[in-house]
Design a protein around this ligand. Structure first.
Ligand code: ZN
Length: 214
């Protein structure tokens, strides 16, 4: 088996070790949904809550959207600044509704709070983790089964000698083909972190720096 296929146990469902240090800083979009290509790149094309990936959805990025972390008060001006937004699958987004997560996403990762086990369940490691788990219903039976099925499929493919297995693994664990080219986007009020463009996955792919799997 090629060494590159050894992605480790449950690495597909490991919460990031570091809180997302925002690489991008687009400013001034009136429609918060315009931030989506930036957030896709920022959050590596997966849901910040359940870690489900675009590549695993029949509708790809259409099954994901822009999520306000804090509740949006009715009547008050909505905070749709880039740093107040995360990338989430539509199910987590709608399940959580307007209840804020019990942790501060700008300063910490979910890794100390949640851990995905080999059977597909998510273990809460803190009280805040348990609250988020219930808020997004991350252990609903259908989702546990889907997670377990994905983990099993990846393990089977990694052990397979069939040449099709590698192609499938690239589809499941590789970067999406439609990486957003952020360099051509023009946020109305500019970009507070223009240096992030060079670190976008699109730019890294052009430079040949993109790993085969993530
Ligand atoms: Zn999700």
């Amino acid at each position: 088996m090629p060494e590159s296929l050894c992605t480790g146990s449950q690495s597909e469902f490991e919460y990031p070790t570091e809180p997302p240090p925002r690489r991008h800083g687009p400013l001034g979009y009136l429609d918060y949904r315009s931030y989506k290509p930036w957030l896709r790149d920022e959050f590596t094309f997966r849901c910040v809550y359940c870690l489900w990936r675009e590549a695993w959805e029949p509708d790809g990025p259409h099954a994901f959207g822009v999520d306000h972390v804090q509740p949006q008060p009715t009547g008050a001006e909505v905070d749709s600044s880039y740093d107040s937004l995360v990338y989430a699958c539509n199910t987590c987004n709608s399940t959580r509704r307007d209840v804020p997560p019990p942790m501060e996403f700008r300063e910490e990762t979910l890794r100390p709070h949640l851990r995905v086990l080999t059977d597909g369940t998510i273990e809460a490691r803190t009280i805040a983790g348990q609250e988020l788990l219930e808020l997004c219903r991350l252990n609903r039976p259908l989702l546990i089964a889907a997670r377990h099925r994905m983990l099993t499929l990846i393990r089977v493919l990694q052990q397979s000698q069939n040449p099709e297995a590698l192609r499938l693994l690239r589809e499941l664990l590789g970067f999406p083909p439609d990486l957003p080219n952020l360099a051509v986007l023009r946020p109305p009020d500019g970009n507070a972190r223009p240096e992030g463009i060079e670190q976008s996955y699109f730019s890294r792919r052009i430079r040949g720096e993109l790993p085969e799997f993530y």
